[in-house]
Design a protein around this ligand. Sequence first.
Ligand code: UD1
Length: 426
Amino acid sequence: MDKIVIEGRRPLVGKIPISGAKNSAIKLMAASLLTDGELRLDNMPNLADTRFMADLLRRLGAIVERPEPHTMTLQVPEVVSALAPYDLVRKMRATFNVLGPLLAREGHAKVSLPGGCAIGARPVDLHLQVLKALGAHIDLHEGYVYAQAPRGLSGGRIAFPMVSVGATEHALLAAVLAKGETVIENAAREPEITDLAECLNAMGAKISGLGTSTLTLQGVDRLLGTTHSVVPDRIETGTYAIAAAITGGDVELVNTRTDLLTAFLDKLRAAGVTITQTQGGFRVQADATQLRAVDVETAPYPGFPTDLQAQFMALMTVANGESHISETIFENRFLHAPELMRLGADIHVQGPVATVRGVRTLEGAPVMATDLRASVSLVLAGLVAEGKTTVNRVYHLDRGFENLEEKLTGCGAQIERMKESQTQEA
Ligand code: UD1
């Protein structure tokens, strides 16, 4: 398995281009199932997760092409199979979101349950609630969801008991073609949901309430192809903002927007980091000796994103003072804490709260990546640690960070990937 080796303590200086949002891209790809027209997605990241989704969509009948590095075209002239098998769905939970569009277009679908995940139980009960509210008949057998709606889906009221990004997106993807009106209450408000709704509207859907917690859809008979540009990745943006801050650097993040991560940037400023708006993004500057401890609590958007919790914890390990980091979205999302401690961090985890006491320096060591966001927090810590940090199992990083090493070396970091063959020889 590939490893990443970092020689730390080099301030990052330069520019980092931000890619399109992974979490948006894979749901936009699922939207291609709703039409026989061509969906062209610009600002499309090139990641393991987008390739998993493309593999699954091809199996279902999609023609997926990349005419340019950051453009993807998808067209599904007809659905050749309404079966999403376990071997493809288990690789990435978000592939489960093909269930709604398949059901809407074909009247039936069989999709594998996504299975377990390192960061918690992550059930799909809310997704199934959506489909039942739209009139589908659902059965579970041998690890598969069998969904039927022979006369098509019909609009309904979906009142979520808790905020779920995936289930809200699933509701949009299923209800656009349902007969009549659908109202989604307690909808998630993440920018990726707005991005999906905007793309669906460009395809001919009638969705209102974008960006609010109540979304209303008037069902339409058919959708058409369109061209859509994927929203910038706010998690990648926040991650590189911390890379700049933790190394006491000066980095401009380009092709991104501050309004996508207001709560996060407020915390970064409170930690002593200077954020300045620029033409196509913003600039991050910090004095690494002056970083201050700040408490954070994760929450659904517009709150502090759970997907930046691990990275912020890495920053807090070298800030002056004691911070408390509370995780409210996922249980078991502190898998990075023991790995950060291997680098010399002082962290005490009790239930959903981690107490971090800033230390003067971290020291490089071999560490193990456990999940996508946890892995990148280890890279961030490696950037500031004294000596060499080796991050093992980096395939997690390839799921969500495009050209990570290139983007960081472009700003002066010393970071190198050792391919599996090299690590075997070494
Ligand atoms: C999405 C993001 C992920 C992010 C998360 C929260 C993608 C591909 N992934 O994940 O990066 O960390 O939002 O911002 O977009 N839940 C249920 N039942 C369900 C569905 C969810 O109980 O049917 C629970 C989950 O276990 C979790 C909480 O709801 O505790 C929020 O999960 P959700 O918002 O659905 O996350 P995902 O869509 O899986």
